[in-house]
Design a protein around this ligand. Sequence first.
Ligand code: ADP
Ligand code: MG
Length: 654
Amino acid sequence: MSTEAIADETIEFQAEARQLLQLMIHSIYSSKDLFLRELISNSSDALDKLRMAAYQDKDLQVDTGDLHISLVIDPEARALTIRDNGIGMTREEVVDLIGTIARSGTGEMLTKLRQARDSGGSEQATAELIGQFGVGFYSSFMVADRVILVTRKAGSERGVRWESTGEGTYTVSELPDAPQGTAVTLHLKPEDTEDALQDFADPATVRTIVNRYSDFITWPIRMAAKAPEGDGEDAAPEVQVVNSGKALWARPQSEVSDEEYAEFYRHVSHDWQEPLETIRLSAEGTFEYQALLFLPRHAPMDLYMRDSKRGVQLYVKRVFIMDDCEALVPEYLRFVKGVVDANDLSLNLSREILQQDRQIQLIRKRLVRKVLSTIKTMLADEPEKYSTLWDEVGRALKEGLLSDHDNQQAILEICSFATTYEAQGAGSEDATVSPAGPARPTTLREYVDRMPEGQDAIYYMTGESRPSLENSPHMEAFRAKGYEVLLLTDPVDEVWVDSVPSFDDKPLTSIARGEVDLGGGDVDEDTKKAFHSLLAWMGTTLAEDVKEVRLSHRLTDSAAVLVGDPGDLTPTLEKMYRAMGQQPPKVKRTLELNANHGLVAGLKAAHDASPDDQGLADTAHLLFGMALLAEGGELAEPASFVALLSRRLESSLS
Ligand code: ADP
Ligand code: MG
C-alpha cells in the first residue's frame, strides 16, 4: 500500500454549488420524493458507463456479471442507502463532480432565480426554474440533513468517502477498502407531512416511489423486504427486484402510460417537466431499430450556448452505447431528447465511425423527417402547443434553414414570423393603432394565402427590433399598398434569408435591398430628366458613403432611404460581425430620394439655381444622415452631424 495517503480535507463548495444547495435545503418543492429518481438515475448512468468501459478496455479488471442497484434501509438510524457497483469516482472526480457545478447555464439560472425572488416571484416559478436546470445529486438535501458518499472507481485501489450537511463545506477522506461503485447514504430528516416529507425509511414508501419514477431503469433495483411471516426472528430478509426494467421503446405503444413516458423523459433529459410531445418510430426488416423521442415544453438551459449538447442516446439491442449522439440528430434539432435503439450495429462504435455509418445516416434522415412532420401536424391540430414549442425552440429550428438544404421547405412550413399584418388592423388606415398586444406570428402558408392580387413576392425586413422595423421608411410604400411584411429580428434571420430563395414559388424578397417595383410604374421620363443633374452631383458629393443616388419608388412620407444590394451584408449583420471582433468590409448602399418630398424638391430647386453653393453639400450629407437615423442605424460621426445640422438651422433662421 502507498504510504503517501492523503489526509482528510474539508473543502468549500464552489459558490454556485453553495447557492444551489441552499435552495435545495430550503426547498419548496412538493415532490421531495424526486431525490430517489435522481440518485437511481445517477447509479444507472454509472452502470452504463462501467459496461462500456469494460467492453472497450479489456485490461480493466472488473466483474460485470452482476451489475445492479440496491436500496438499503436502516429504520433505527433513519438512513437510506442507494448503492451501485458501477464505474465509481476517483477523489478528483468526487471533488469536481459533486463539489462543483460545471453545467453551462448555471450562472444564468442563478441570476434568473435571484431576479424571480427579488421581484416577488411565486414559489411555483422558482421551482420551475430549478426544475428546468435539473438539480441531480443535490436534491438529496431536500430530504436528508447529512449525506455520505462512499465510492471506488473501477480499476482503482483506494476508495473515497465524502460527507456533507450541505452547509458550505464537505469533507473528503480516503478509505483503504471500499466496494467498487458508489453508495450514497442519506440521513433522513424527520418525517413531516406538512412539508411533503414522507417517511423515506419505510420500505413500502420507497417501493412505491421506485415504481412510479424508475420502473423503466434497465438495471435491476433490489431491495431487502421483510422476511415472510412465520420464518422466525432472525430469518434473512428476502431480496426483491422492485423495477420491471423493461425498455419503454420495446413495449407496445398502447401499453405504456403517459406517466411512464414522462418519467423516462425526465431520466434522459434531466428536465423536471413533462415532455410536450412524445414520438415513437420503428423500422423492421433489413435493419431494425426503435426510437422514442421527446419534444420539450421548455428550451433546455443551454440551447443557445456554444457547447450545447444534443439529446439523443444510442442503444444497441437494449445496451446503452452513448449519450449526445451527434450522428443521430442535426445540430438544429438539439432540443429533441430520447433514445434510438438499433439492432444490427456493432457495440464497438466510436463517434467518428458512427458519422460514416450508412445505417445511422438513414436513421438520422428518417428521424429528422419525423420530427418535422410531427411539428407540422401539431401546427395544424394543436396550434397552442405548436406556439409553445415555437417560442422555446424556434430560433434553433431556423438554423436548419441554413444547414439542412434537403429539408429547407419542410422547415419553412413550420416556421412562424412576426408580421405587419395585424398591426395594419385589417384595412384600418391608421397603422399606429394596433390591436391589443403584439400581433400573432404568421406562417408562410398563411401569408401566401392572404397575398392580394398583384403581389407576387413574400416581403420581409430584417433588423434589430420590431419597432425600428415598423417605423422604417422602407415600410412606407408597402403600408400604402397594403402589402404584408414579415418582421425578422432574430440574429439568425439575418443569415438564413440569403439561402432561402423562395417559398411556394414566391420569391422571398427583402424590402430593404434591391429595387422594388410595386406596380406603381416607373418614375416618368420628365421627372428623371429634371433630377438628373441633382442625382449626379449628390452621387459625387456623397461618394464616400453611398454607391449611387437614385429616385425612389418606395417612399411616401420620408425624404430619403438607404437601400442595400441583394446579397450585400446588412447593417445588422455588419454590426454583429463587429461585436464578434471581426472587421467586415464597409458596405456602401444606395441612397434613394423621394421626388415628391418638399426637402428633395427644395434641394433640387436650390441646386438648379446655384450649383456651386457650398451649403448644398451640407444638406446632402444631412439627408444621408437622416436616412441612416430613420432606419435605426448609427451615425459614424454623430458630433459632425450635429455640427452640420446646427449650421444649417442657423443659416435658415438668419
Ligand atoms: P448529472 O447526473 O445531471 O450529471 P448529478 O448532480 O446527478 O448531475 O451528478 C453529477 C455527476 O456526479 C454525474 O454526472 C456523475 O459524473 C457523478 N455521479 C453522481 N452519482 C454517481 C454514481 N452513483 N456513480 C458515479 N458517478 C456519479
Ligand atoms: Mg444525475
